[in-house]
Design a protein around this ligand. Structure first.
Ligand code: NAD
Length: 485
């Protein structure tokens, strides 16, 4: 085993969980057993919540300008340790080093936003009638929790860590049991940045501890990022227990390609979107809707896809089960009459035979009713459906139950506007394959890709992680008393 067993991080210290149940942490790159992760009990969660609750009065009363100083230092530490963090992400998640570097760069951007929060949470004040003012303040919630997925071991946790904590909350995070190592390292960086003990805590485990988080009486709010099936369970359990909850789910992102699209740029963007992070991004291109004759672009996509080589510029998928599931989708589409233009099944990497690789896969002549058209595959696979009109293409996009992202590739502004207006998704791209809004704009989908109101990052996160206190103030008796005062 390459690393020591993973421990929980409670009240500023790494501690063993109270159970001896563990899971192995396996590198998808080559099957190496990296570590073990404990399946914590509710006793462990109780300890973490107690620590967070005790840290809250002092941390929440620390002025925000002082709180964000921790994140200025944390940003510097992310920069300083970028290579080491990227190597760790790659090792436990399977993505390439380049993708892992980009993930930490995104964490830096998220932290920069948190550093700007004092400029954004100033509250409001108005003299509402003579001598009487109304004032609003943003008050932190208390103990908040985040439950995160495997596909971004650093970025998704950093969607919430800097903002929630800078806004004055104390936090519990449950990493994905598949990738717990990066967050362990992040805990040490937060401590080095000067975050007081108890403000940030990690409790490792699987669904059992996630369920305990959703029911814990001292946790005020829960964010979840993961599959739609689990997002629904978490949202229902957390809100049933009267918690504020925002649960982001899975996706099936449609890219609409028109004949006037720039072939080279379109093919490069679509290939990068479907194969980046081995297709394990909730913003990945998964379905392409070809409008009219775009064969010249499809040919170029195939050329580009063939340049994406497992183990070189394409990482591994998370597990053996994932590889099997993805390959099964491809086989089923083939059996149902779709045409496999580029086939990623059976990919192996020399010297890494225990790695779990799937090559880029382009499937043409997919029908909307096939599973590859409807379901989230979460692998480097794009399913192409053919249509004759933009209206028909948008109807296909609208019919899918998810709503994270949709993109259009065209040189025509009115076609682009049509898609922006009609697509049923929270994040739209025009000639962009992965339309992730960058800070200060917020991240969040629609429909079955998100449950709860608001978005998880950017200015929207201020709403989620604070509540408004409204004061009506009168100091001068001469203001008098009437029914409005
Ligand atoms: P997952 O839903 O299997 O697991 C996510 C988290 O939930 C993990 O921490 C896991 O331990 C926990 N969990 C699992 N079962 C649970 C249960 N029954 N009750 C409570 N918690 C449970 O997701 P994953 O496989 O880790 O991640 C991939 C999924 O995440 C994909 O569907 C992807 O689209 C989605 N995702 C969405 C976004 C977004 O912004 N919408 C971002 C990243 C990933």
């Amino acid at each position: 085993m390459k690393y020591n067993p993973v421990q929980n991080y409670i009240n500023g210290k790494f501690v063993d969980a109270t159970t001896d149940k563990t899971l192995d942490v396996i590198s998808p790159l080559d099957g190496t057993r990296l570590s073990t992760v404990p399946l914590s009990s509710s006793d462990d969660l109780n300890k973490a919540v107690k620590a967070a609750k005790e840290a809250f009065p002092k941390w929440s009363k620390t002025p925000i300008k002082e709180r964000v100083q921790v994140f200025f230092r944390y940003k510097y530490l992310l920069e300083k340790n970028l290579d080491e963090l990227a190597a760790l992400i790659s090792e436990e998640n399977g993505k390439t080093i380049g993708e892992s570097v980009a993930e930490i760069e995104k964490c830096i951007e998220l932290t920069e936003f948190a550093c700007s929060l004092p400029q954004l949470v100033t509250g409001e004040l108005l003299e509402v009638s003579k001598g009487i003012e109304c004032r609003t303040e943003r008050i932190p919630l208390g103990v908040v929790a985040s439950i995160v997925p495997f596909n971004f071991p650093a970025m998704v946790p950093n969607w919430t860590i800097p903002n929630a904590i800078a806004l004055g909350n104390c936090m519990i995070i449950k990493p994905s049991e598949k990738v717990p190592l990066t967050l362990t390292r992040i805990a040490t960086l937060l401590k080095e940045a000067g975050l007081p003990d108890g403000v940030f805590n990690i409790v490792n485990g699987n669904s059992e501890i996630a369920t305990a988080i959703c029911a814990h009486p001292d946790i005020e709010a829960v964010t979840f990022v993961g599959s739609t099936k689990v997002a629904k369970i978490v949202y229902q359990t957390a809100t049933y227990n009267f918690k504020q909850c925002l649960a982001l789910g899975g996706a099936k992102n449609h890219l609409i390609v028109l004949p006037d699209a720039k072939p080279e740029m379109t093919a490069q963007n679509i290939t990068a979107s479907m194969s980046g992070c081995a297709g394990q991004r909730c913003m990945a291109a998964s379905a392409m809707v070809a409008v009219g004759d775009v064969d010249h672009i499809i040919n170029k996509i195939c050329e580009e896809a063939k340049k994406v080589v497992p183990g070189k510029n394409l990482g591994a998928v998370i597990s053996k089960q994932s590889k099997e599931r993805i390959e099964q989708y491809i086989t089923e589409a083939e059996q149902q009459g779709a045409k496999i233009l580029v086939d990623g099944r059976g990919a192996t990497v020399e010297g890494k035979e225990n790695g779990t690789y799937v090559g880029p896969t382009v499937i043409d002549f997919v029908k909307p009713e096939m599973s590859v058209a409807k379901e989230e595959i979460f692998g480097p696979v794009i399913s192409i459906m053919r249509t004759n009109s933009l209206e028909e293409a948008v109807a296909i996009e609208n019919n899918n139950p998810y709503g994270n992202a949709a993109s259009v590739f065209t040189q025509n502004g009115s076609y682009a506007r049509f898609v922006i207006d009609k697509a049923s998704a929270g994040m739209i791209g025009v000639n962009v394959g992965v339309p992730v809004p960058r800070e200060p704009f917020s991240f969040g989908g629609w429909n079955e890709s998100k449950f709860g109101s608001g978005d998880i990052t950017g200015k929207s996160s201020i709403e989620f992680f604070t509540r408004l206190k409204k004061s009506t103030i009168k100091w001068n008796p001469e203001a008098g008393t009437n029914w409005m005062s």
